[in-house]
Design a protein around this ligand. Structure first.
Ligand code: ZN
Length: 444
């Protein structure tokens, strides 16, 4: 039996998971703990995650998925589990379904602990050990993002009859008893009914906010999509030069905020220092602040954000606040075989970090750096096994995002293989179509 506990911060999940683990002999899998323990393990994934965290970069969702997979694959057969902190998105929910099916199991139920937001505010205010992110304005934003992300996940489980709604605005022991009863019933093969009233309740609580379309926004507000090794970064730099708009990458934003020790930077760092994932709402606020700056008024090229449909919706909201919208999305398409060829050939000098490539930039002496003679090595990131994991998860995450932009009519695809000059020209041509003043864009 496998169960997922869903609920926002302050819903009491943390306490409940331990009570359930003890009383019902369920094996607890808490994402936060998995991340913290992995980072200290010697596994490739653990090392990689630590690299991301220490370099001030976001840990990509595909690594989170891969870690959850690792945990499940190492459990003794027949282990009953209870999950906390995963899945947070529909993509992750689907991933979990696929993974469990592969292992001959399934997720029996997703138990959603609902607590009204006002109650959460009160609870958090009276927490015995205040957390660094409990301040009211941060909490408000966090709950807003939870609502946006949780709605689709809950619908995913409601549609195939696996959702259980528990009103958790009650004393802890009562909630515990209710959930215990649910699990015991499930073990007897009885699934608690999910009523029409429950459906209506969820619809009301998680109603999507309508985004009013904005008629004209002459700026080139561009989102660049492309997998690992697609060459997206290089193309972004070219396009920014041609259209004189800033290149906004989430990696740079993070490093910038942390270096300048802004409020958001310090907040992000506090998660990283604890070995936790930086929550989406922190990233979103960095993007929102950046897009509001004067140099982004003529347009921008976003690279590394959005990565999920939920983040795409967040971007729509952010731009809507600014009376703007996404005017174009370019998907730089490269086949998996080509990506594998590009990434797995990379080598780096252990002494001076100079980059080489077995096909495109061979060192003069095999295995040795041209510059300092140091030994070359392959980063864990570039090993075939890791690339496969990244690709698989990239596709699962990005396909819904591509569908999202396709349906809003702003998507175009550019083939990212072959002659670099041709790719560059195709990118410029695609973006010119989105730009309202094509004559102004100098193609050089
Ligand atoms: Zn070197």
């Amino acid at each position: 039996m496998n169960i997922a506990l869903l609920g926002s911060t302050g819903s009491g999940k943390g306490t409940l998971i331990h009570a359930l683990a003890e009383k019902l002999s369920l094996h607890p899998i808490s994402l936060g703990e998995v991340l913290r323990s992995k980072a200290s393990y010697g596994t490739a994934l653990g090392l990689l995650t630590r690299d991301y965290v220490t370099n001030g970069e976001l840990v990509p969702d595909e690594f989170v998925d891969a870690m959850v997979e690792e945990v499940f694959r190492h459990l003794p057969p027949g282990t009953h589990t209870v999950l906390d902190g995963f899945p947070r998105t529909v993509g992750q929910a689907r991933f979990l379904d696929d993974l469990l099916a592969e292992l001959g199991q399934n997720l029996d139920a997703a138990i959603y602990l609902h607590v009204p937001e006002q109650v959460i505010h009160d609870r958090v205010k009276h927490r015995s050990q205040p957390r660094h992110d409990d301040e009211p304005h941060i909490l408000r934003h966090r709950l807003h993002v939870f609502r946006r992300m949780a709605g689709p996940v809950l619908r995913h489980y409601a549609e195939n009859g696996r959702l259980v709604l528990v009103h958790a605005d009650r004393p802890t022991h009562e909630v515990e008893l209710t959930v215990q009863k649910v699990v015991e019933d499930l073990r007897q093969g009885q699934h608690p009914a999910f009523t029409d009233a429950d459906f209506q309740f969820l619809d009301q609580t998680f109603k999507a906010r309508s985004v009013v379309p904005i008629e004209t926004d002459p700026a080139l507000n561009l989102v660049l999509l492309g997998g690992p090794g697609s060459g997206k970064g290089t193309q972004a730099v070219n396009l920014c030069k041609a259209f004189e708009v800033p290149h906004i990458s989430t990696g740079d934003l993070f490093r910038d905020h942390i270096r300048k020790q802004t409020d958001l930077g310090q907040l992000a760092k506090s998660y990283m220092d604890r070995g936790e994932l930086v929550p989406d709402d922190v990233t979103e606020r960095m993007v929102a602040a950046r897009l509001a700056q004067p140099d982004a008024q003529r347009g921008f090229i976003l690279d590394g954000f959005p990565r999920t449909v939920s983040q795409a919706e967040a971007l729509d909201e952010i731009l809507h606040e600014l009376k703007r919208r996404v005017t174009g999305v370019v998907h730089l398409k490269v086949s998996d075989e080509e990506i594998l060829r590009r990434l797995s050939g990379r080598r780096i000098c252990r002494q001076c970090q100079a980059p080489f490539h077995l096909l495109f930039k061979k060192p003069r002496r095999e295995g040795l750096c041209d510059r300092c003679g140091g030994p070359l090595y392959q980063r864990d990131d570039d090993k075939a096994e890791t690339i496969q994991i990244r690709l698989r998860n990239y596709h699962r995450q990005t396909e819904p995002l591509i569908a999202y932009y396709h349906s809003s009519g702003v998507l175009t695809e550019v083939a990212g293989e072959g002659d670099p000059v041709g790719i560059r020209a195709a990118m410029l041509a695609a973006c010119k179509l989105f730009s309202e003043e094509p004559e102004d864009a100098a193609i050089s």
